[in-house]
Design a protein around this ligand. Structure first.
Ligand code: CU
Length: 169
């Protein structure tokens, strides 16, 4: 009976002996890979607009808090003053029509961003055909965010949504 107990105790001790370094190791690995994930986990997004006043995508997806690198390209040929395109990501609850009207009023001097960007999470420059712009930003909180082109008259056709998912635990 007594030896049986010692044997069990030894087994338990041995088990926890083996467990401890293993735990440490996995923690260390976890920490390292978490860092790598942050660095390599940049969400790379590409969007384009054309001379027919269309974005090539209606939805973009990202994960909350993770960096986003978005390249926006005007794949048309028309000039900026006639067929300018940009990517404007709006804060939740922004009225697209009201914003677009304000953008049109603000005009070229503000690069078509009204109210000093108060309703905007981020935006690219206004582009003409053949131009591109790249922006980096952190994905906002989980939710659905509208994006538009704020060139006058474009937002009725040029709009889409950035869907931000919750980060995996
Ligand atoms: Cu446009």
């Amino acid at each position: 009976m007594k030896s049986w107990f010692i044997l069990m105790l030894a087994a338990v001790t041995c088990f926890s002996c083996g467990e401890t370094p293993q735990k440490k190791e996995s923690l260390k690995i976890g920490g390292t890979s978490a860092k790598e994930v942050t660095q390599s986990n940049t969400t790379v997004l590409a969007l384009s607009g054309n001379d027919a006043m269309q974005f090539d995508k209606k939805t973009l997806e990202a994960t909350a808090g993770q960096p986003i690198k978005l390249t926006f390209r005007h794949v048309g040929k028309m000039e900026k003053r006639i067929m300018g395109h940009n990517f404007v990501l709006l804060k939740e609850g922004t009225n697209i029509v009201a914003f677009a009207n304000q953008a049109a009023a603000a005009g070229a001097p503000t690069d078509w961003i009204p109210n000093e960007g108060a309703e905007v999470i981020t935006h690219t420059k206004m582009l003409g055909g053949g131009q591109s712009d790249m922006i980096t930003f952190d994905a906002p909180e989980p939710g659905v965010y509208d994006f538009i082109c704020s060139f006058p008259g474009h937002s009725s056709m040029m709009r889409g949504q950035l869907i931000v998912r919750e980060a995996a635990q």
